[in-house]
Design a protein around this ligand. Structure first.
Ligand code: B4P
Length: 194
């Protein structure tokens, strides 16, 4: 199964994708994680991306497409994958569709996790205290949320128009949200991968 997880910064998509990876036995592909890794390794992409991430803006689409294409070429994605953080604007959604069409592996499901913006801010404040991510300051977070509204929210409608979208409320506990997503995917604990 090929799944796209959508949601504002702090909506819990990374958290849920990590759990779904275990339940479904599918690789979790987070563009945020791939980028932070590239920054830590000081690769050419990492060097280009660092300042952009720190400002809360989006890394250029061509860079992201190269990154995702390289990841989807790896053998573990053949049976499916969970995309977290990609696509983040309409151009990325269209490029992803073109790429997956070429590979004969189209998106099966898009899941949007809805959370009230005030809750998102509280969550990210907590993560900032725990992890100290450079883009988790209040000012950068507000900018990330603006970019989300302007550029990423239209991606939700894009998948709705294709008949692939389900929305889940992401305001319960991590476990409650997981169960909602699993029920959308017609899965339960017994369906877990070994
Ligand atoms: P991401 O890493 O995708 O950052 P994010 O939107 O904050 O999501 P994340 O997955 O980390 O957080 P989550 O909601 O799970 O991107 C970072 C940056 O990379 C972007 O700003 C951009 O610059 C760049 N980038 C990434 N992808 C890109 C692309 N495609 N194109 C261009 N640029 C790109 O969790 C947040 C917190 O909430 C966690 O601390 C978690 O513990 C907590 N939480 C989760 N669920 C909860 C629940 N149910 N209850 C309470 N707390 C919960």
């Amino acid at each position: 199964m090929r799944i796209v997880l959508l949601g504002a910064p702090g909506s819990g998509k990374g958290t849920q994708a990590a759990l779904l990876e275990k339940h479904l036995g599918l690789p979790h592909i987070s563009t945020g994680v791939l980028l932070r890794h590239a920054v830590a390794e000081q690769t050419p992409i990492g060097q280009q991306a660092k300042a952009i991430i720190d400002r809360g803006e989006l890394v250029p689409d061509d860079v992201m497409l190269d990154l995702i294409e390289e990841r989807l070429a790896q053998a573990d994605t053949q049976q499916g994958f969970l995309l977290d953080g990609y696509p983040r604007n309409l151009a990325q959604a269209e490029s992803l569709d073109a790429l997956l069409e070429r590979l004969g592996r189209p998106v099966d499901e898009a899941i949007q996790i809805d959370v009230d913006p005030e809750q998102v801010i509280a969550r990210i404040e907590q993560r900032a205290a725990q992890e100290g991510r450079s883009d988790d300051t209040e000012e950068v977070l507000r900018h990330r949320m603006r970019i989300y509204q302007e550029q990423t929210a239209p991606v939700v409608d894009y998948y709705a128009r294709k008949g692939l979208l389900t929305r889940v409320l992401g305001e319960g506990s991590v476990e409650e949200v997981l169960q909602l997503i699993l029920s959308v995917l017609s899965m339960d604990e017994r369906g877990a991968a070994p």
